[in-house]
Design a protein around this ligand. Structure first.
Ligand SMILES: NC(=O)c1ccc[n+]([C@@H]2O[C@H](COP(=O)([O-])OP(=O)(O)OC[C@H]3O[C@@H](n4cnc5c(N)ncnc54)[C@H](OP(=O)(O)O)[C@@H]3O)[C@@H](O)[C@H]2O)c1
Length: 300
């Protein structure tokens, strides 16, 4: 297959590239730094700076994951514009470009996040539940999904991956938390009762691969373990896996003062379940947080 990726140099994209390059697929990655693509994604992966470089080559699938990191800096209005344009703007450009092509890929797998639901409180969130609250992250995800869904009018199957918190070895969220926990500076965030839908990187990659190939898959899929945990359980399990105490809670008010609106990412929760993935027959490799953490931390 010839697969085009945006965001292919990121945490999830690199994992997909290594899987698919190993299976002999032809991969093209749209990147702001195409010269680094081979180094980051694999020697045979081609980096391009503009979609026009793909010209008339047949494409089988498009994976759309690009986006300015959402949790790196507080959300000033300039930051919000960048978060928006790097996802919705780029997706609109991608769908318009697909519209001009004579040959269409069979499938577009496009990014989203469990934040689409807003703050779900205690409610169990399968994909048929509507948005619960409409904060900035929820609006961002919704607009991102709507932009991608417009490719359906071109006869392209569109899959939306509502991704939970991706847990990976020495990367992403855990890379930031582990140094703090090693210094016994970990602790509950806010009340600690908010739900955290997590997913092991192996399942994030496995689910995207599954949905790309599964010809009847379309629309939104929660990509998170079937067993979300509360923040306090996450705190306990991570500290336990590192043989440390987690005794420094972060009160909500401190987080709100430090991060402003972005604190909602940590204080709100989603009790998401991957109902449609399970119904479609995807088999998770990691369903329990303690087992996932033991696997990821074994080389720390
Ligand atoms: N990781 C998670 O826990 C998680 C959870 C939920 C949703 N997601 C979403 O899933 C997507 C992939 O996640 P990830 O963790 O793999 O992301 P990541 O590691 O931050 O990589 C995202 C990629 O997007 C591109 N990008 C970044 N800023 C950009 C900008 N301003 N304009 C255009 N492209 C830009 C970059 O590619 P180049 O530098 O090559 O251009 C980068 O490699 C993201 O959009 C993220 O929001 C991730």
């Amino acid at each position: 297959m010839h697969i085009l990726l945006t965001g292919g140099t990121g945490l999830i994209g690199r994992g997909l590239c290594h899987l698919w390059a190993g299976q002999g697929h032809q991969l093209t990655v749209l990147s702001r730094t195409p010269e680094r693509v081979a180094e980051l994604c694999g020697a045979k992966v081609r980096g391009i700076a503009a979609l026009a470089e793909v010209s008339d080559e047949p494409l089988d699938a498009v994976i759309n994951l690009a986006g300015e990191p959402i949790a790196d800096k507080p959300w000033s209005s300039e930051r919000k514009t960048l978060l928006w344009s790097s996802r919705i703007g780029l997706t609109e450009e991608l769908v318009a470009w697909l519209g001009q092509r004579a040959q269409k890929p069979a499938v577009l797998v496009s990014g989203s996040a469990v934040g689409w639901y807003g703050d779900g409180g205690e409610r169990e969130l399968a994909e048929d539940v509507p948005q619960v609250t409409n904060d900035f992250a929820a609006q961002l995800c919704n607009a991102w999904e709507e932009a991608a869904m417009r490719a359906e009018a071109q006869g392209i199957r569109v899959v939306l991956v509502r991704t939970g918190l991706v847990l990976a070895n020495k990367q992403g969220f855990l890379k930031r938390l582990i140094p703090l926990y090693k210094m016994c500076m970990g602790g509950n965030v806010g009340s600690g009762r908010q739900w955290m839908p997590w997913v092991h990187l192996a399942d994030e990659i496995g689910a995207i691969d599954f949905l790309m190939h599964h010809q009847s898959a379309s629309g939104p899929y929660n990509v998170c373990s079937p067993h979300p945990v509360r923040n306090r359980e996450f705190t306990y399990e991570l500290a336990h896996a590192l043989s440390r105490f987690a005794v420094l809670p972060v009160p909500s008010i401190v987080l709100r003062m430090a991060l402003g609106e972005m604190s909602g990412l940590l204080l709100a929760g989603q009790r998401c379940v991957p109902q449609r993935l399970l119904d479609a027959g995807y088999k998770f490799r990691f369903t329990r947080l303690d087992v996932a953490l033991a696997d990821l931390l074994s080389t720390h």
